[in-house]
Structures are given as structure tokens and as C-alpha cells.
Write a new protein. Structure first.
Length: 416
């Protein structure tokens, strides 16, 4: 794997490790991933200086302990020459998502990772191309010269921690896969899935896919209605579609996107390893579809995004100070008082240009660009839950109902 792909898996695995009681055996993955998550949160396209208070707020929002973890992670990033520190501020060099992933990979290598840690990264990468059998995963251990017991534990840990999903297909045999199956060679894989379905399911899935290609992002209830409950549960459990959930104090709303929708230059898994563009698109779509009209109808969202991508602020409007807080917490945008065209009030700047470019690409796939440059919609999104977590929830729900419900899809994805 190249450094960017390695960095993507480090972030992925660290997010899974945060959900278990101990990271024992995978401490180097955890440290490198946490450093990458912190660097993503505090960095921008251009070199910037941010206050200690803001660094701590962004770190806390990223689930980084500001007493025990933050000082060590800042020290590690300083040794890598991507930040500098003073008593009251942290200076961050201009860093993109892709360079953040490269830095995470370098931190991982410098920590002298164990063969077991390398193995769980390799297993996840292999299982993202096509479902692999447990026996094939053991061959990865052989290639890394792991003892049989160590290789077996790496596979068990991968499944137990959530680095990969697993489905039993026979006594003593499993299929291992993960939510990135449809981010690569997507057309061929979708055709295989379609071929495994009945005529009615084929038509429903083709229609839903066409709608997502045309519109970019659709509310989950509409997609579920298109597919019907059983087919919806099946395709969501294997990651054929991405479910993004945004929430605020009054409701939780899901939006569906295609996993390949964010593939701009290479693998969309690398391009949006932190789910930033997905959070951006979902927040904007929430505002476009769910917000009330009393704060102004949104028009020309493409123009809005292009303004931000050029480095210019949008606003000033009151809504900016209240909406899209999740994007502030993830370090995607900055909100501050400013003046424009004789008006003064809250304004917003885009800190990560590539995130805006990816969001624009997805929204321009269809007719989502009928919304406003003058004001952001009333979204007030305060939390975002990404596709991988939602897919794992779907898997758990499905396993309770029918342990073999996805076998047909997983098996057909292994065919040439």
C-alpha cells in the first residue's frame, strides 16, 4: 500500500479502536490514527495560527483527551515539522487531507509497528477489494511470516474490533469484508449484485442508483421506499449505498449517497477518509430539504460552494452563527463576525478547499443546485454519523434477523 492508503486505514482502524475498552496490541495504529485525526481537525489549506483554546475545543470534538492524549500528539506532530507551538497558540502548516494521511503513515512507521498491526491493515485492504475467505486472510499472515496463532488472532481481532465485517458461510469458514467494497470498481460490482437479484429487485435497485447518480444525495426514507424494506436492509448491510446521519436537538435525519460519489482523483476512501465531504454534503442537503422558509429560500448552492472554494466568505446572515456547527467542530469551516456589501454579522470561511470541491462535485451531479448564495439554510446540524458506523449498525440489526441475508451478495462479489 502507498502512504495515503495506509494512512486511510490507520484513521479507519483508530475510529474502531475508540469504541472498544482497550487498544492493547494496536497502540501504534491508535497513536498514528489519533495524530492524523488531530492534524485534520486543526489544519487548513493555508498556514494558520490557532489559539490553544481552539486547539483544545477541536481536539475534544474529535474525541481526543486534552489532558492525557493531546500533549503527546502535539509533540509528535511538532517532531514531524507540521506544527509549531508557543505558550498560547499552535501554528499549523498548510495541510490537505491527503498529506494528513501521509503524515499519519510516517508516524506509524516511525513507531516500529508490530507484524500483527501490519496484518490488520493488510487484511482490511484486501477485504475492501472483494470479500475474502478466512483461509485467504491467513495467507496474508503467512506472507508477513506470522506464526499461525498470531495470524489467527489478527483475523479474530479484526472481526471483533470492527476493522472488518464477517459472515459465516460454512463450518469453520468466514467471508471478511468491509464498508469500502463499493468505492473501487463500482460499476462491475453493482452489475454482479444486480445479476444476483430477481427482476423486480433489479428494477428497484437500478432506479435508486440512477436517482442517486442524478441527485447526489437523497433522504433515506425516499430510498427505502424505492427499494422496499428487505432489499434496502440487504444492500445497506453490505455497503452498496452510504447512509449519512445528521442530527440536532429536534431530530435525526439520514441521507443516502453512492460510495463512489466522492471518488475525484483516486479512491474515494482516500479522498474523504475523515468523512468531511460527506458531512458537508449531508448538512447542506438537510438545510435544502428540511429547513423552514422563514429565513430565506436558498438558491444556487453551486455558486455558494464556488465562493467558498475561491477563499471568499459567505454571509453575513444570522443563520451562519447557528447552523453547520458540526462543520465548525470538524475544522472544515470558520465562523466569525465580518462585513460585506454594507452589512455586518456572522460570516463563514472554508478552511479545507478540497472538502468543498468534493461536496460541489457530488451536488453538481444532479439538480441540487437550486438553492442560495445569500444565506445558508436553517440546518443547525450538531452531530454527524458516517457511513461505516451506520453500516455496522445495519449489520448488527440484520444478523439478529437473518445471519445469512447478505450471503448471496457477498458470494457473487467474489466471482470474476
Amino acid at each position: 500500500m502507498d502512504e495515503k492508503t495506509t494512512g486511510s486505514w490507520l484513521i479507519h482502524h483508530t475510529q474502531r479502536l475508540q469504541r472498544v475498552e482497550t487498544q492493547r496490541g494496536y497502540e501504534r495504529i491508535y497513536k498514528a490514527g489519533k495524530a492524523g485525526i488531530l492534524l485534520s481537525a486543526i489544519s487548513a489549506d493555508k498556514e494558520s495560527e490557532i489559539s490553544r483554546e481552539r486547539v483544545e475545543a477541536l481536539a475534544a470534538a474529535a474525541n481526543i483527551n486534552i489532558v492525557f492524549e493531546l500533549p503527546e500528539l502535539l509533540r509528535t506532530l511538532k517532531e514531524l515539522d507540521v506544527i509549531d507551538e508557543s505558550a498560547n497558540a499552535v501554528e499549523v502548516l498548510g495541510v490537505t487531507t491527503k498529506s494528513t494521511l501521509t503524515h499519519a503513515a510516517k508516524i506509524f512507521e516511525a513507531a516500529n509497528p508490530t507484524d500483527s498491526e501490519r496484518a490488520v491493515l493488510e487484511i482490511a485492504e484486501a477485504a475492501s477489494t472483494a470479500p475474502i475467505k478466512r483461509s485467504e486472510a491467513l495467507e496474508i499472515g503467512d506472507r508477513l511470516r506470522l506464526a499461525a496463532a498470531v495470524a489467527a488472532k489478527a483475523i479474530d481481532d479484526s472481526s471483533d474490533i470492527g476493522f472488518v465485517d464477517s459472515e459465516s458461510i460454512s463450518a469453520g469458514e468466514q467471508l471478511l469484508f468491509n464498508g469500502n467494497l463499493f468505492r473501487r470498481d463500482n460499476s462491475a460490482k453493482i452489475k454482479r449484485v444486480l445479476d444476483s437479484l430477481g427482476p423486480g429487485e433489479q428494477r428497484a435497485l437500478q432506479d435508486a442508483t440512477s436517482q442517486l447518480q442524478a441527485r447526489g444525495c437523497i433522504e433515506v426514507v425516499e430510498v427505502e421506499k424505492m427499494l422496499g424494506g428487505p432489499l434496502f436492509a440487504k444492500v445497506m448491510a453490505v455497503g452498496l449505498f452510504d447512509l449519512n446521519v445528521v442530527s440536532n436537538s429536534s431530530e435525526e435525519t439520514g441521507f443516502v449517497t453512492l460510495p463512489s460519489a466522492f471518488g475525484k482523483y483516486s479512491s474515494s476512501f482516500v479522498d474523504d477518509a475523515f468523512d468531511l465531504a460527506k458531512a458537508f454534503v449531508s448538512s447542506i442537503t438537510y438545510g435544502m430539504t428540511k429547513s423552514s422558509s422563514d429565513r430565506g429560500k436558498i438558491e444556487l448552492v453551486a455558486a455558494l460552494l464556488r465562493t467558498l472554494i475561491r477563499g471568499e466568505p459567505i454571509g453575513p446572515v444570522r443563520a451562519i452563527a447557528e447552523d453547520y456547527k458540526i462543520l465548525e467542530l470538524k475544522g472544515v469551516v470558520r465562523v466569525a463576525q465580518g462585513s460585506k456589501k454594507g452589512r455586518t454579522g456572522p460570516m463563514m470561511w472554508l478552511l479545507k478547499r478540497e472538502v468543498g470541491e468534493l461536496a460541489l462535485q457530488v451536488l453538481l451531479q444532479g439538480d441540487a443546485s437550486e438553492h442560495s448564495l445569500e444565506a445558508l439554510p436553517t440546518a443547525a446540524v450538531t452531530r454527524y454519523r458516517g457511513p461505516e458506523e451506520n453500516q455496522q449498525r445495519a449489520r448488527k440489526k440484520q444478523l439478529k434477523n437473518s445471519p445469512t441475508a447478505t450471503n448471496d451478495i457477498l458470494r457473487v462479489l467474489r466471482t470474476s
